[in-house]
Design a protein around this ligand. Sequence first.
Ligand SMILES: [Fe+2]
Ligand SMILES: [Fe+2]
Length: 196
Amino acid sequence: MTAERITAIEVIHDEHRALAAILNGLSSIVRDIEGGKLEPDYTLLASMIEYISEMPDKLHHPKEDRIFALLRTKTGEVNEHLDRLEADHRATTHATGLLDRALVSYVQGGVAGFPGFRDAVRTYVADEWVHLNTEERHILPVVRRLFSADEWEAIGAEFVRNGDPWSGPENRYADLFKRITSLAPAPIGVGGGPSR
Ligand SMILES: [Fe+2]
Ligand SMILES: [Fe+2]
């Protein structure tokens, strides 16, 4: 099970891509607000934070936790990474709560609230990149090597029931994503936005 496509791993990659699109979008918007190229669109920012608060917890982490648990039965070679990643998953609500509160302060404080929001976004995005890269570089190659075809089949069957990161369970995220992509200025979305 090394070279061929493994559906469950493709699913994880796809969810990482969806998350990365939002993380890149948030970073770019914050940079453009700071550079005076963009007026803050609080609805858009709230939609993006809502997505990164909900999708990972509801869709993504349960899948990874399932993979991590099976991986622990096969090897101890990546336990340190797994300890850290599982702790990150448990801390998701706390981390996104900080972002949420920083946005509320920004909405209430206007320009004076921007630095706090900017710093909260930077910290969150930097931590998330470390997390995503650890999974992509240190975990997925190992699970690709160690899991059997039967195990992948069982995991893949469970994953299919969950929906994808662009639509989610019962299509719940499709509207949110559409809103994010239509509101965000190019090249994040298709809306053109308030860029000047
Ligand atoms: Fe994760
Ligand atoms: Fe992940």
